[in-house]
Design a binder for this molecule. Structure first.
Ligand SMILES: Nc1ncnc2c1ncn2[C@@H]1O[C@H](COP(=O)(O)OP(=O)(O)OP(=O)(O)O)[C@@H](O)[C@H]1O
Length: 486
């Protein structure tokens, strides 16, 4: 039986940028000598310099003076970029171990190198009453200790958190830490846009309160609630205006005509480099599998290698490298880890598999030896030609769940995913150059806005199954923004 020996792998610190898709077509050509191995790239990772806007500076100042802040804003206003700076400053203020970095989803928590909120809280999915959840935390030394000592709690993508769960966490924090202060005195920094995807409620669970801003403790939780207004992802005035209308569920006939012109363009249909977004995961898997099989090449399978504390391993499955990855020559892929920010080899960079190399081909073993356990077809390392032009062997990478500066669980896998299609849920937070989205099965609020707000230009957008009725903003969300930010 293959055995996995836990081995510490020095994980490099990457500045996590939001994924950006590049849609330049891969042109087949002569295979150039590979420029570098992954390891050589890791040293060059740098934090990009950002000139913060006045609104962003207001947030940073408030955070630096110990205030609790809620930051909202349209897609692409820099909420996550700001969160990364907030985290850096909080860590300077309190020390790394006293700042908990979390998000509502696995993907969002990975972008911040944090944990999911549920994982941090130690509550499980949080569906029990608060007394039961509190007992659960009290009997979990790890979780209890964290609640006791944390000074600042960062929560990103809060639009997907239930009001009820937020209230329960506040009660837990107060009970464990004592005193009468809201959240037991923890400084909160929460980010998200309620016009994007809402919380997913179990079918049988029709709750009176749904959005986290309806939580009883919401207003008392913050010293400052602020909406960022400057949009960075798009610069075309027309597109910005269009997206603002879609966000609020109101578009006029002229805007509708512009969107109808983006429907089913033949050029886009033929552009295989465009990323396809679907509301449902079944469609994503179907399209990716169809494309993979249509290439009629040998499939090479990679299975993730997990280690660490058992109760945390399930978190490794959320939003990062897949459990199983099937690749073949010609497969369209995206990177799901930052390898080198400076050279644009970042989470979300797209490319095509052009080769598989056996690690012993070049006479010396230089890629992680765990490739033997990950690759079922004999230590084959995929070679990707990125749309930016670079060719690179992609060896296994390590994802670590960190808590208070310590590694608590790890996954090793090839940092790639199939990229012909993605779910709209997965795309929240991404920037995509060339996008095709099939909205026929779109459901609920915010979905059309999330899908369309990924593109940077109107030219990069192709729509299928679009109709005005799919553009919907939740009345409670409209009311919340009217009360707080207009
Ligand atoms: N002050 C700034 N100046 C220039 N660019 C900025 C600034 N703030 C953020 N950005 C850039 O804007 C882009 C969008 O930022 P980011 O992804 O953080 O937005 P977001 O509000 O989190 O979007 P979404 O709601 O879709 O997740 C990123 O490329 C980011 O680096």
């Amino acid at each position: 039986m293959k055995q996995f020996f836990f081995k510490f792998v020095a994980t490099f610190r990457c500045y996590s940028t939001k994924p950006t898709y590049h849609s330049t077509k891969w042109k087949a050509g002569s295979k150039k000598k590979l420029k570098s191995r992954n390891e050589e790239f890791t040293a060059t990772t740098k934090r990009p310099r950002i000139k913060w806007t006045d609104e962003q500076l207001q947030v940073l100042d408030a955070v630096s003076t110990g205030k609790s802040v809620f930051v909202t804003g349209s897609a692409g206003t820099g909420k996550t970029a700001l969160m990364l700076e907030v985290i850096r400053r909080l860590r300077k203020m309190y020390g790394k171990s006293k700042v908990a970095v979390t998000a509502s989803t696995g993907t969002a928590s990975c972008a911040l190198h944090g944990l999911t909120l549920h994982c941090f809280a130690g509550t499980g999915i949080g569906d029990k009453d608060v007394e039961t959840l509190l007992l659960r935390v009290l009997s979990n030394r790890w979780a209890f200790h964290k609640w006791e000592k944390v000074e600042a709690l960062v929560i990103d993508e809060c639009s997907m958190i239930h009001a009820d769960y937020f209230d329960k966490l506040e009660r837990i924090a107060r009970s464990i830490r004592g005193g009468s202060k809201v959240w037991g005195g923890i400084q909160l920094v929460v980010g998200g846009d309620f016009f994007q995807l809402p919380p997913i409620l179990p079918k049988q669970q029709l709750m009176e309160k749904e959005f986290v801003f309806e939580a009883d403790c919401w207003n008392a939780s913050f010293d400052l609630q602020i909406e960022l207004k400057t949009i960075f992802r798009q610069s075309e005035t027309l597109l910005v205006k269009l997206l603002q209308g879609i966000r609020r569920g109101e578009i006029d006939n002229d805007e509708l005509k512009i969107l109808e012109q983006r429907c089913n363009s033949t050029a886009a249909k033929e552009d295989t480099s465009a990323v396809q977004l679907f509301p449902r995961i079944e469609d994503v898997e179907r399209v990716n599998q169809q494309h993979l099989l249509s290439l009629d090449e040998d499939i090479v399978t990679y299975t993730a290698l997990d280690s660490g504390e058992k109760r945390l391993k399930s978190n490794l499955k959320l939003g990062i490298a897949p459990d199983q990855l099937d690749l073949c020559l010609g497969a369209r892929v995206i990177l799901c880890k930052n390898l080198d920010v400076k050279h644009k080899l970042v989470n979300g960079a797209t490319g095509t598999i052009i080769d598989f190399r056996c690690d012993s081909d070049n006479g010396k073993k230089s890629i992680d030896p765990d490739i033997d356990f990950i690759c079922e077809s004999g230590s084959l390392i995929p070679v990707v030609k990125f749309d930016s032009g670079q060719e690179l062997e992609i060896g296994p990478q390590t994802w670590s769940l960190m808590d208070a500066g310590k590694i608590v669980a790890q996954r090793k896998q090839i940092p790639l995913m199939l990229a012909w299609a993605l779910s709209i849920h997965k795309s929240q937070g991404m920037t995509i150059d060339r996008l095709r989205t099939d909205l026929r099965r779109a459901f609920g609020y915010g979905m059309v806005y999330v899908a369309l707000s990924r593109v940077k230009t109107l030219d990069g957008l192709d729509l299928i199954g679009f109709s005005k009725s799919k553009i919907k903003a939740h009345p409670k969300v409209l009311q919340f923004y009217k009360e707080h930010f207009l």
